[in-house]
Design a binder for this molecule. Structure first.
Ligand SMILES: Cc1cc2nc3c(=O)[nH]c(=O)nc-3n(C[C@H](O)[C@H](O)[C@H](O)COP(=O)(O)OP(=O)(O)OC[C@H]3O[C@@H](n4cnc5c(N)ncnc54)[C@H](O)[C@@H]3O)c2cc1C
Length: 461
């Protein structure tokens, strides 16, 4: 609990009108998109300006009050939940795009910018920020950096960290620091932005981020490819990649995902009877090349037993296909409000083996999974559903299923999280996938940045 004196000090720094204590106002900040989890903060500060971050953080450090930075709360591993109470610092109003620099192909932004807004603004100038988490209409770039988020276009364009050139941040002791800037190369010592990317709010509070931009590709084709068999769909992914064509996205959806999203959107899905769909996006700046790769990829799909190749030839149809893909997560909620979502990743060529093992695991434990994800990255969202299962059976089965799933993934040279992070819900599994020495290097880094353990305590380790 904060003392009267501490409350007064926070109000003096941030302005009383920006500091919230009443249960109605702070309710929203006690949860994110992680199912079934709630942790009440002592207070929520909706940051009114970047300049007050430093003083707030320094004060919390002096008083040993936990700080939890928060973007939009779309995280799915409990990353922004205040497990030890304290102060939630919400960046929701710090959403200014400070500069889009067309000469240097850079964007400088505040952390609360919604990712989709950054896309729209840079695209007006013929530029492209390709990182596209399915939550892009609501998540913030600060959250994306803290989680090193990816999206469907990671196959060709990489993840958030590949675009971070500079970070201005505040250390837990309240001191400012800057690493990098509008430069695409920088070897002045350690790659500190590389350490802050994916740090899940546990090392420092970001105040300003500089992202690299690229020219926007002009020719984009979207193909929906139905398969009777999941294995054929998975093998097709490997064969496309082996053909040396790198699509901008290769998304996989199994039949249960297609059914769920059709129900949510109250829409008959194209090829709704198929066992699996691939949604493939191809892009190029050259029209002739675009046509060649699209014909080649279509050919590979048909050679690998695709039932058809549907080409989305207008923007409305493209949007409908992608809307369906983005809504799968939401579509699963009514089927099973309690579920466990895992975002495992394996070397791309192992995708057919991973999917086969996942379905065997489901049959072995008689528990239903809904699987979809970024197949082109080897990254699958495995949703383990509780449905009507008794609580006691679920509590017994879930850890066993997760243990076996993660053992399979680690055995394939993979990782237990490809994009959602460790946060709170995955931390007990981290040690099964990462060695003691490697964990020690990470905890030593944490101690160096945050000796008082005030930054988002209780996460990752
Ligand atoms: C429907 C849906 C689809 C999704 N699809 C994807 C996807 O395709 N790919 C993907 O990678 N993820 C996806 N996610 C997960 C989520 O959207 C991402 O992790 C996203 O980056 C979180 O951003 P946020 O602004 O909501 O951050 P929050 O959830 O608010 O916070 C996430 C973490 O960032 C830290 N943080 C936030 N701001 C700062 C800051 N200024 N300084 C330091 N730390 C900070 C927090 O402390 C926390 O640890 C999806 C989620 C949903 C609900």
């Amino acid at each position: 609990m904060l003392t009267e004196k501490q409350i007064r000090a926070l109000c003096d720094i941030a302005g009383t009108e920006n500091v919230f204590f009443d249960s109605e106002s702070i309710e929203k900040y006690a949860q994110d998109e992680t199912p079934d989890m709630k942790y009440q903060p002592d207070t929520v500060i909706i940051l009114p300006c970047i300049s007050c971050v430093k003083e707030l953080v320094g004060f919390c450090n002096d008083e040993k009050v936990p700080i939890v930075p928060r973007g939009a709360g779309t995280g799915t591993t409990g990353g922004c939940l205040p497990v030890h109470g304290g102060v939630v610092l919400s960046f929701e109003k710090l959403n200014k795009i400070i500069d889009i620099d067309e000469n240097n192909l850079m964007a400088v932004v505040e952390p609360g910018v919604i990712t989709g807004n950054l896309h729209a603004e840079v695209e007006k100038k013929g530029l492209f920020y390709p990182v596209d988490p399915a939550s892009l209409d609501s998540c913030t770039v600060g959250g994306n950096v803290a989680e090193n988020s990816g999206g469907p276009r990671a196959v060709k364009y990489g993840v958030t960290g590949d675009y971070v050139c500079g970070i201005k941040a505040v250390l837990p002791d309240g001191t400012d620091f800057v690493f990098g800037g509008k430069i695409v190369k920088n070897v002045m010592g350690y790659n500190i932005p590389g350490i802050l990317v994916g740090s899940e709010g546990t090392l420092a509070v970001f105040k300003e981020i500089t992202f690299k931009l690229i020219p926007k590709p002009h020719f984009v084709s979207d193909l929906l490819v139905p398969f009777a068999s999941i294995r054929d769909a998975a093998l097709t992914v490997s064969r496309i990649l082996r053909s040396k064509i790198v699509p901008s996205a290769i998304e996989f959806m199994d039949k249960s995902s297609i059914d769920a999203v059709g129900k949510l959107l109250d829409r008959k899905m194209p090829y709704g009877e198929a066992g699996a769909h691939l949604l493939i996006q191809l892009d190029s700046s050259d029209g002739d090349e675009a046509e060649k790769i699209y014909e080649k990829v279509g050919g590979i799909c048909m050679e690998n037993n695709a039932e058809d190749v549907l080409v989305a030839d207008n923007s409305q149809m493209k949007e409908k296909l992608w809307e369906a893909r983005r809504k799968i997560r939401e579509a699963i909620k009514p089927i099973s409000p309690v579920k466990r979502s895992s975002d495992v990743v394996v070397p791309r060529f192992k995708i057919p083996d991973l999917l086969e093992s996942i379905y065997l695991l489901q049959d072995k434990h008689k528990i239903r999974f809904i699987n979809y994800g970024h197949a082109g990255d080897g990254n699958v969202h495995v949703n383990i559903l509780k449905e009507n299962m008794e609580d006691s059976v679920w509590n017994e089965k879930l850890p066993v299923v997760l243990d076996e799933l993660y053992a399979i993934v680690v055995g394939m040279g993979g990782a237990i999280s490809g994009e959602h992070g460790i946060g709170l819900v995955q931390k007990k599994y981290l040690r099964k996938a990462v060695g003691n020495r490697e964990i020690k290097i990470m905890t030593d880094i944490k101690k160096l940045f945050d000796p008082n353990n005030i930054m988002n305590p209780g996460k990752i380790f």
